[in-house]
Design a protein around this ligand. Structure first.
Ligand code: IPM
Ligand code: MG
Length: 355
């Protein structure tokens, strides 16, 4: 029987609660499709700082490098906000992404028909939305130098090389080719030199994908169009910071940030995580929505473990659960039959896999 080694990073806040539900679902689906999973826990984020004074201990990097895939919850919280930047939980996550060289971050937004009423947007605008944000993840202003803080001045640098743009552009074009063959590259080429280079390189890479329709959009306009007519988008390609912002915006089209999964790929291993944060305000209350994490586990089955049928089964179980009206509080609205806590919703999804 095939066995996969999964490095698990539960992290802070609601991280442990939502990861536990994803593991519950993974164990059930593995049994159904006759493979096994070994889960090994590693520390990262605030909890890692508290226990080891390092938000990303070396053992975590080694464990992740030795695993078939990494399942990650969330990190951060007010408690660690005043630490020096390099000791903050977020620095642990950024260093992990960089150490694993996962330069491509996939953030799909799909509107479930069952949740049309949960979005703050009108249902005529969002019905059928299916967008994939491809965010560059280990470059740009997050990592550029020089950066620093002086008493009365602070600065960061947005920098991309041609090769960095090329490799993420190829990934986005390949994704578009497998979908609806539309790619919108988002930049700020009317102001930023780095965006001008981005646009030139994307145009050059486009020559290799004649069947994909490429457009370019300034990021401010993209933020507006995403709300005005989200169905006009198929794949959005963008740099690190713009992708961070636009993917949170896109999540509201679907109704809740608690629904959106992500996959960070292209490197030495792959990280699967919900796009939301650690939500310290609701940690421990049992009301967090586990769907984004369970859907991230499904992406892990599909992309890293090549267990496509198992992934389809998890996706179907999520949808069936929503169809029957089971909801967590964040998506409670029209059509809700029962408001569940985190564990209940996880168990219902797991049960659907067995049905
Ligand atoms: C995300 C998060 C992270 C990011 C933070 C926690 C460092 O917002 O994954 O979108 O900015 O990339
Ligand atoms: Mg973010």
């Amino acid at each position: 029987m095939k066995n996969y080694k999964i490095a698990v990073i539960k992290g802070d806040g609601i991280g442990p609660e939502i990861i536990n539900e994803a593991i519950k679902v993974l164990e059930v689906v593995a049994k159904k499709f006759s493979f096994t999973l070994t889960f090994e826990n590693y520390l990262m984020g605030g909890i890692a700082y508290d226990l080891t004074k390092n938000p990303l201990p070396d053992e975590t990097i080694e464990g992740c490098l030795g695993a078939d895939a990494i399942l990650f919850g969330a990190i951060g919280g007010d408690k660690w906000d005043n630490l020096p930047r390099e000791l903050r939980p977020e620095s642990g996550l950024l260093r992990l992404r960089k150490s694993l060289e996962v330069f491509a971050n996939f953030r799909p937004t799909k509107v479930y028909d069952e949740l049309l009423e949960s979005s703050p947007l009108k249902k005529e605008i969002i019905k059928g939305v299916d967008i994939l944000v491809v965010r560059e993840l280990i470059g740009g202003i997050y990592f550029g130098t020089p950066k620093g803080r002086e008493k009365n001045r602070a600065y960061n640098t947005m920098v991309y090389s041609v090769d960095e743009i090329k490799r993420i552009a190829h990934i986005a074009f390949e994704a578009a080719q497998k979908r609806n063959k539309k790619l919108c590259s988002v930049d700020k080429a009317n102001v930023l030199d780095v965006s001008q280079l981005w646009r030139e390189v994307v145009n050059e890479v486009a020559q290799e994908y004649p069947e994909v329709h490429l457009s370019h959009m300034y990021v401010d306009n993209a933020a507006m169009q995403l709300i005005k007519d989200p169905r006009a988008f198929d794949v959005i390609l963008t740099e690190n910071l713009f992708g961070d912002i636009l993917s949170d915006e896109a999540s509201m089209i679907s109704g809740s940030i608690g629904l959106l999964p992500s996959a960070s790929i292209g490197g030495k291993s792959a990280i699967y995580e919900p796009i939301h944060g650690s939500a310290p305000d609701i940690a421990g209350l049992g009301i967090a929505n586990p769907i984004a994490t369970i859907a991230s586990a499904s992406m892990m089955l599909r992309y890293s473990l090549q267990q496509e049928k198992a992934a389809d089964c998890v996706d179907y179980a999520i949808q069936a659960t929503l169809k029957e009206g089971y909801r967590t509080k964040d998506i409670a609205s029209f059509g809700a039959k029962k408001i569940c806590n985190t564990q209940e919703l996880g168990s219902i999804i797991a049960q659907k896999i067995l049905d």
